[in-house]
Design a binder for this molecule. Structure first.
Ligand SMILES: [Zn+2]
Length: 474
């Protein structure tokens, strides 16, 4: 097996940073050495990577992506091949995507379909959550089967999208009772979709059809309300593990913080768009351009009663928000977002971001919002522990997979369609952002996949990761 030595770098973990040399044998980290010990012990390797002045961090883990998701009459424009490659460009070495079961479909069959889409396609490792769009006796049995046999231990439900993915409160309660029984995690899209659909219908009837009305018809109050309801239902289900996906608003964060203060098994993630973007600068652009930023929950206004950005950054520091994911779900403007010309409710929901999460959150370190260690924790280590992949993933330590990013803090990254852009979309939601720092080298299970500004990996290198239960439960 080939041995690789990464020397002179500063290894960063959630608990600190340290000058340390890392020895990889094959796919695994096998040893770590204090400065000078490599020479003293005569350690040799086939390849030596000098990381002087660089950070050496665990590969990023994005636990919320939707490659090829069928939505609104089209499919998300990144395949597992293109999307996982773009992820590698962004310093991500594991994605957790969502298999989708709709009402009337068989859960286990739907997981098989997603395995077929991803197998042999990925540049980096991948795992699955299961979306359950139709909770019934059979689906509950399938949840148990997937958790015990298939390495799929988390189940996403929707309080939004009536008629598509929606579960009512009774279905949610039953799923939570089952999850509580088997130790699985319920992931919740918490927006009150029934009320939102009323507001959407009324807006369209008034002729309010531009993209910005997507945000106005999904007020943060209805995200807060649904978050509260999900938390109470999980309490009624005996403190069933609950993970609120893509928190966009202070209203929801307040509910999560209260539940966590009360000691409940409630966890949350946010996404870069909710930390950086405002309605005014995105959805409200003139004409149809705002369609690029239509996602749910929506990007919030800078003029709300709450300061959503500041509150979400604070939530990340206090651990009320444990993880940053992307909800990567790209759609091109041409032929895809354009389905909603003249009616914002027909715009496919989602934006591309899997390539930029590590960069955008590192900017949070530079801006004084997060420590370097917290950056690694929220983007690499906690995702692994929350979704049962630690210590194989999420940490640089002997025995762990050699998923490693070498990060250059002294360079900048320009994001944009003619700059850094490897996702399969005809625009960038992050056009014009200039970020301090840069993904320099990426190793996936010991194999270099990004180096010298080139992708040197291969389709099919990525393997399916069977996950265990959340490691944050007592
Ligand atoms: Zn999603």
């Amino acid at each position: 097996m080939a041995r690789t030595l990464i020397i002179n770098g500063t290894v960063v973990s959630p608990t600190g940073r340290q000058l340390i040399d890392v020895l990889i044998d094959g796919e695994t980290v096998v040893a770590m050495y204090a400065p000078g010990q490599v020479e003293a012990q005569g350690v040799t390797a086939d390849t030596v990577i000098d990381a002087l002045g660089k950070y050496v961090i665990p590969g990023g883990i994005d636990v919320h992506t939707h490659m090829e998701l069928p939505f609104g009459g089209t499919n998300a424009s990144d395949t597992f091949e293109t999307g996982s490659r773009a992820a590698a460009w962004g310093g991500v070495t594991t994605i957790v995507d969502f298999a989708v079961q709709r009402y009337g479909e068989n859960v286990i069959d739907s997981l098989g379909e997603w395995h077929a889409k991803a197998a042999g396609e990925c540049a980096i490792d991948y795992a699955f959550h299961q979306i359950v769009g139709g909770i019934d006796d059979e689906a509950l049995k399938a949840m148990r089967y997937l958790t015990e046999n298939e390495g799929v231990t988390s189940f996403k439900l929707f309080m939004a999208y009536p008629g598509v993915f929606y579960s009512d409160d009774g279905q949610i309660l039953r799923a939570m009772q089952t999850a509580g029984d088997i130790g699985a995690t319920i992931m919740m899209h918490a927006e009150n979709g029934i009320a939102i659909d009323v507001l959407v219908g009324q807006a369209i009837a008034r002729g309010e059809t531009d993209p910005k009305y997507h945000s106005y018809t999904r007020p943060s109050l209805l995200e807060g309300e649904a978050t509260h309801r999900a938390i109470i239902l999980s309490q009624v289900a005996g403190n069933a593990p609950l993970y609120i996906v893509h928190v966009s608003a202070s209203d929801a964060l307040l509910e999560i913080a209260a539940a966590r203060d009360a000691g409940r098994n409630v966890f949350a993630e946010t996404c870069p768009q909710y930390l950086y973007m405002t309605l005014e600068e995105t959805l409200a652009k003139p004409g149809f351009e705002g369609a690029k930023w239509v996602c749910s929950p929506p990007v919030r206004s800078a003029h709300d009663t709450h300061h959503h950005h500041a509150d979400l950054w604070k939530g990340l520091r206090t651990n009320d928000i444990a993880i940053v994911s992307t909800d990567h779900c790209p759609f091109c403007m041409k032929d895809q977002k354009e389905l909603g010309l003249g009616n914002f409710s027909k715009i496919p929901n989602g934006m591309g971001g899997v390539e930029h999460r590590m960069e955008l959150l590192y900017q949070g370190v530079v801006n004084g919002e997060l420590t370097l260690e917290r950056w690694v924790e929220t983007c690499c280590t906690t995702p692994a522990r929350m979704f049962g992949m630690y210590p194989k993933k999420g940490i640089i330590a002997p025995g762990a997979d050699a998923d490693i990013v070498i990060w250059d803090p002294a360079t900048q990254t320009r994001i944009g369609i003619n700059d850094k852009h490897h996702m399969n979309i005809d625009h960038s939601s992050w056009e014009g952002y200039v970020i301090d720092g840069k993904v320099e080298t990426v190793l996936s299970r010991g194999t270099v996949v990004i180096a010298d500004d080139a992708y040197v990996g291969r389709k099919g290198h990525g393997q399916f990761v069977r996950r265990g239960l959340s490691q944050y439960l007592v």
